[in-house]
Design a protein around this ligand. Structure first.
Ligand code: PMP
Length: 308
């Protein structure tokens, strides 16, 4: 069993549960033309513990999956309800009782571009949340990548396509080679775009600033949620606008947000230490409130939790 699957004996493939090791396709399949989603299911109340799992923001992820399919010209052969049913069956087969990552993958069949394969692999993960988790406060040094983020007039970052991650991979490899943990992209205009798999949020003078969708970013489910609760529930002024590299360097705090990275504090960019306290107080406040939402403790967002 590949370590990458972290204990997932079964996955769902083209309508049925199969052993992950036997989920095979021909080497001739054009997998690089595919799209995917990255979704998480958490145990409610105690999000690091054991218990019944709830998918977080299922509807929002399905909206984006269908939009990615529309952009890339793929036809979804299953309904959202059928995918959710498939997910439930595969979670049951794996007997998962703690946090899982879910990665529906869709790609056209070789020689039959009208038809697609649909696979739902699932695997376990350890959450960084809440802010009191020691993992949350680990040092994370970023560099501004010498690679620019792919732009909408060439390969649209708004679709969650595998091909886009070749760009991310170049940036991650460069960052590791240079001794950093990861990278932040600028867009083709030179403004801050996004991380290699998450969105950028900068805190300056107690305001939260994040680049717009037109800065070559993926339309992030997490970013959209933060744009709702940060101003309205936490009372923190929030701006969606172009952010310069220099502004990022001079942030009081900065973090990445996304389904995978949740809230990932940034210690430094290009060896420039951000602000004083690490992780910063606004970052911690946002991370703690996000943890509460995921745990189903914030009534107005409880409909984002779908039981498995
Ligand atoms: N940007 C990129 C490039 C990503 O891969 C991700 C992770 N899906 C994000 C942003 C964050 O998106 P989300 O909040 O929907 O996970």
């Amino acid at each position: 069993m590949s370590a990458a699957f972290n204990g997932a004996k079964y996955c769902w493939m083209d309508g049925r549960v199969v052993e992950t090791e036997k989920a095979l396709v021909s080497a001739m399949e054009p997998i690089y033309l595919g799209i995917f989603e990255g979704i998480k299911a958490y145990t409610k109340d105690d999000i690091g513990g054991e218990g019944r799992l709830f998918v977080f923001s299922w509807d929002q992820h399905m909206d984006r999956l269908w939009r990615s399919a529309a952009i890339d010209g793929l036809k979804m052969p299953y309904s959202r309800e059928e995918l959710l049913e498939g997910l439930k069956v595969v979670v049951e087969a794996n007997k998962f009782k703690s946090n899982i990552y879910i990665q529906p993958r869709i790609w056209p069949k070789a020689g039959e571009p009208e038809e697609v394969h649909v696979v739902i692999p699932v695997w376990k993960f350890n959450t960084l949340l809440p802010a009191s988790n020691p993992e949350f406060s680990k040092s994370r040094r970023f560099m501004v990548s010498s690679w620019r983020r792919i732009s909408s007039d060439a390969l649209p970052p708004q679709a969650k396509s595998w091909a886009n991650y070749a760009n991310s991979n170049l940036a991650v490899r460069e960052a590791k080679r240079c001794g950093y943990d990861s990278a932040i992209f600028l867009d083709s205009r030179g403004f801050v775009s996004e991380g290699t798999g998450a969105c950028v949020m900068s805190v300056r003078d107690d305001k939260l600033i994040t680049p717009p969708v037109t800065a070559s970013i993926l339309e992030s489910v997490t970013r959209n949620l933060f744009l709702e609760f940060v101003p309205y529930d936490l009372g923190i002024t929030t701006e969606v606008r172009d952010l310069t590299r220099a502004e990022l360097y001079a942030s009081d705090e900065a973090f990445l947000c996304g389904t995978g990275g949740e809230v990932t504090p940034i210690t430094s960019v290009d060896d420039i230490q951000l602000g004083g306290e690490y992780p910063g107080p606004v970052t911690k406040r946002i991370a703690d409130y996000y943890s509460e939402i995921i745990a189903g403790k914030v009534e107005k967002y409880s409909s984002r939790l779908t039981p498995l």
